[in-house]
Ligand binder design. Structure first.
Ligand SMILES: *[C@@H]1O[C@H](CO)[C@@H](O)[C@H](O)[C@H]1NC(C)=O
Ligand SMILES: *[C@@H]1O[C@H](CO)[C@@H](O)[C@H](O)[C@H]1NC(C)=O
Ligand SMILES: *[C@@H]1O[C@H](CO)[C@@H](O)[C@H](O)[C@H]1NC(C)=O
Ligand SMILES: *[C@@H]1O[C@H](CO)[C@@H](O)[C@H](O)[C@H]1NC(C)=O
Ligand SMILES: *[C@@H]1O[C@H](CO)[C@@H](O)[C@H](O)[C@H]1NC(C)=O
Ligand SMILES: *[C@@H]1O[C@H](CO)[C@@H](O)[C@H](O)[C@H]1NC(C)=O
Ligand SMILES: *[C@@H]1O[C@H](CO)[C@@H](O)[C@H](O)[C@H]1NC(C)=O
Length: 259
């Protein structure tokens, strides 16, 4: 009987190991269709994660199916986790104009994201992307050192806008430095969209996963925001790592996918 129990335990453990889905005992592992493995853990202060920066919140009261969020920043949704990356949603900065020349934009949002003091940084598989025909984005950030970049979206006629890809004219992308931990992206305009208003009322900038961007040309320039979803949010890839001066085995962190 006892031996059977041991065998059963060993079997269930090893099949968990094989899929890499190892959480601490008696910890919740599922949130909707997402499986959460150590060093991540569900529940603020639940003791299920390695430390507070890996705490995730599964919100099942307001969402069906439930949605997962980072605890360090309550409004950052987690879409997926692999053994070195985490996909989250981040915000799009935008600035929309009306047809009058000398008028301040009627809708304006900047976008910023701060991962300072966490084991996360932005993957270089993300690019800053500006979409607009009369828009200049200023991006500041830090990876220890300061990072400043600007990108310009410029076009004058609807015919200038190719469909289906980011051409570097009305949709411009720029790379980010390794280990970027914070950014702040704001938009400004050269002519307040006066010459392009008929087909492009708003400018946008965001940091998003390059492989996920589907730019639909003119349709995206005239529509409020439909680059990835109906919401002004985009998928962004974070890299994560356990920061420890102990070796993996010494620190007893070699559970699941850690190395
Ligand atoms: C779930 O989400 C709602 C809406 O965003 C929020 O008001 C609520 O506090 C969240 N619940 C938990 C447990 O985080
Ligand atoms: C979870 O389900 C949603 C909705 O069906 C889907 O869009 C998403 O890709 C799934 N995520 C994972 C990690 O399987
Ligand atoms: C989620 O991440 C896992 C591990 O990298 C991957 O196998 C899976 O395809 C991803 N799911 C989605 C919906 O992206
Ligand atoms: C982002 O930059 C803008 C313009 O420089 C500034 O007004 C704003 O306060 C900054 N936001 C954050 C969160 O640093
Ligand atoms: C754009 O709008 C701003 C804010 O009202 C104004 O100061 C500026 O002169 C306008 N620029 C042009 C080129 O119209
Ligand atoms: C704008 O996007 C929304 C949401 O995707 C879509 O329903 C609508 O038809 C689009 N409008 C135009 C003018 O393309
Ligand atoms: C790891 O770092 C901590 C704090 O800096 C220090 O107290 C500890 O001695 C270090 N351990 C090893 C094995 O270097």
């Amino acid at each position: 009987m006892f031996l059977l129990f041991i065998l059963f335990l060993f079997n269930s453990l090893s099949s968990d190991m094989a899929t890499g889905n190892v959480a601490k005992p008696s910890c919740q592992t599922q949130c909707g269709n997402l499986t959460v493995a150590y060093p991540f853990g569900i529940g603020e202060g639940s003791g299920c994660s390695r430390d507070a920066s890996f705490d995730l919140i599964c919100n099942s009261t307001d969402y069906d199916p439930p949605k997962l969020f980072m605890d360090i920043s309550g409004n950052i949704q987690v879409d997926n986790i692999s053994d070195s990356e985490m996909w989250v949603t981040s915000y799009v900065a935008f600035r929309c104009y009306n047809q009058l020349v000398d008028v301040t934009p009627d809708e304006e949002y900047s976008a910023w994201f701060n991962l300072e003091g966490t084991p996360f940084s932005f993957s270089q598989r993300n690019k800053f992307t500006v979409i607009g025909c009369d828009d200049f984005a200023m991006i500041t950030g830090s990876n220890g050192g300061d990072f400043t970049s600007g990108c310009l979206g410029l076009c004058t006629r609807p015919d200038d806008v190719p469909d289906g890809y980011c051409s570097g004219i009305e949709c411009y992308q720029t790379t980010i430095p390794k280990g970027l931990k914070t950014y702040n992206a704001t938009l400004s305009s050269i002519r307040n969209h006066t010459r392009v208003f008929s087909f492009n009322r708003c400018g946008y900038v965001f940091l998003g996963e390059e492989d996920n961007l589907q730019f639909h040309g003119l349709q995206d320039l005239s529509n409020s925001s439909k680059f990835y979803t109906n919401d002004p949010i985009v998928p962004t890839v974070l890299e994560w790592a356990i920061q420890s001066n102990l070796s993996c085995i010494e620190a007893n962190e070699c559970k699941g996918n850690s190395s």
